[in-house]
Design a protein around this ligand. Structure first.
Ligand code: MN
Length: 496
């Protein structure tokens, strides 16, 4: 979907003029080797670009300022190989607008016991040089991620990649456009929110388009394109005979294909990264987009139903962060519960729009009545979803701030047939357990809509919230309700 290698993080090594030319030459050689090693590490999804070492206030300012304006630079990694007096960093850090990762490493892994001398000590000073830098970043109240360990340590590479992916998601949001067809579903609270504040905070814009403007594009779709897409449906999905060309109910699939093509054209022409619609505003449309939304999501568009623009944006960010990893990122809704005390779990789904990238095995293209909205029976893909580690993430507007809430879950295989359930479905068990997980979610004000991820970890989302400068709340294996409620209360004070 997105080639993350096109994006760059800049590797910036701090030092000072004090050490003399020979030492500084050595610092530069080491720094370049570390940057190159990170750049070629298969665990790291973006390009790591070596930048000349910085020795004084002006060089630091100029390097960080150009990071701000370089359109491929999504963040900077800093490392103090030697001591870099941190007042030199104030001017640069003051203007830095890109995400910051502080890599606390040193060139040598081990102390060279038999050869260590004062020359070695003067060259390899990150143990104290990075502390001086760390003080300044903390004193300036700047958010950053600190990663500690030797640069050839694979765990260090993984942590760096997690942050790089979060920075890529953030970069993708800057200037992103999301389209809403119709307004928020009437009377619904959690899906609504402050779009002006969101644009100031997150960098993406959300604007509404009349459903009639979309319908006009759908109605102008040419016959040949529709026929080609119908052939594609028949090749990829299980599909009943009466839905195929010449079948009694073929017109439903025909309309769905036409909607998909029109919607895709509208999004491409407007350069949108995602969209939302609502079943309450479909004037001129024959059916609610089902398979269209499912397939557009699988192609990387953000989506959420009922005007939920926050989840639309979050789903898109998750897709960018998870780019190239096995598994999918999808719009999801907690639908109904299995309260068996021995095997409690949540069934997640939506009316129609479950992301086709989650499908395990061949999906079935089906047409069934929707039950609400009063439109024709919509086509949708029906499938099961694999088990494994996953998470649900929810972005909510608390009035004075945005909160990103994450619940880590264990997805389980769907073992029953569910012959009468005409939508794609997922089963999961919230961590730390059903009762605690659901109670914590509700205390935290988490939405019924989420971004469901099979390939991101809580650390990706935490890094992302940190970069965005918003509140992050996690519900995981260690969550205890009393402590969790205290955390929510303490955060109220912090954000007052
Ligand atoms: Mn919904």
């Amino acid at each position: 979907m997105i080639d993350l290698k096109k994006l760059q993080v800049w590797f910036i090594t701090g030092t000072q003029d004090l050490y003399g030319e020979e030492t500084l030459k050595q610092v530069a050689i080491h720094a370049e080797e570390v940057a190159k090693s990170l750049n070629t590490n298969e665990k790291i999804s973006v390009s790591v670009v070596y930048k000349p070492i910085v020795k004084n206030t002006d060089e630091i300012f100029e390097t960080l300022q150009s990071a701000n304006t370089d359109e491929n630079c999504i963040g900077v990694i800093t490392w103090m190989h030697t001591f870099s007096p941190a007042k030199m960093w104030i001017r640069g850090l003051n203007v830095l607008q890109k995400p910051l990762l502080h890599l606390h490493t040193q060139f040598n892994r081990d102390i060279p016991w038999s050869s260590i001398d004062m020359d070695f000590m003067n060259l390899n000073q990150s143990a104290h040089g990075d502390r001086e830098f760390g003080f300044m970043v903390t004193r300036m109240r700047k958010d950053r991620k600190v990663v500690v360990g030797h640069w050839q340590d694979e765990e260090v590479a993984s942590q760096i990649d997690t942050w790089c992916r979060a920075a890529a998601g953030w970069h993708d949001w800057q200037g992103a456009k999301f389209a809403r067809f119709g307004d928020n579903m009437r009377y619904v609270a959690v899906t609504d929110g402050d779009k002006v504040e969101a644009e100031m905070k997150f960098g993406f814009s959300v604007n509404t388009y009349g459903i009639g403007d979309l319908v006009a594009v759908i109605n102008a779709v040419d016959e040949e394109s529709i026929q080609n897409l119908l052939k594609e449906y028949e090749a990829i999905y299980e599909i009943a005979d009466d839905l195929k060309a010449g079948g009694a109910r073929h017109s439903s699939v025909y309309e769905a294909a036409k909607i998909e093509l029109g919607l895709r054209k509208f999004l491409e022409e407007g350069n949108f990264k995602g969209f939302s619609d609502t079943f309450e505003d479909l004037h001129g449309m024959i059916q609610l987009p089902g398979i269209a939304a499912q397939r557009l999501m699988a192609d990387g568009y953000g989506f959420a139903g009922e005007g939920d623009w926050k989840t639309t944006a979050l789903v898109r960010a998750c897709k960018v962060m998870g780019s190239g990893l096995a598994g999918g990122n999808a719009f999801m809704e907690d639908y109904t519960y299995h309260f068996d005390p021995e095997n409690a779990m949540v069934l997640g789904s939506h009316m129609l729009e479950v992301d086709a990238s989650l499908a395990k095995g061949k999906a079935s293209l089906e047409v069934h009545p929707l039950g609400i909205g009063g439109k024709a029976d919509p086509a949708r893909l029906v499938f099961n979803v694999a088990g494994g580690d996953a998470l649900n993430a929810s972005l909510i507007d608390m009035g004075n701030r945005f909160r990103l809430l994450v619940n880590e879950v264990k997805a389980v295989e769907v073992e029953q047939d569910l012959p009468n359930l005409p939508v794609a479905r997922v089963l999961w068990k919230p961590l730390p357990d059903m009762k605690t997980g659901c109670a914590a979610w509700i205390y935290a004000g988490g939405a019924h809509h989420t971004a469901y991820s099979q390939n991101l970890t809580a650390e990706h989302l935490s890094d992302f919230a940190n970069i965005a400068g918003i509140e992050y709340i996690n519900i995981g294996i260690d969550t205890k309700i009393n402590q969790f409620r205290n955390e929510l209360q303490w955060n109220e004070v912090f954000y007052k």
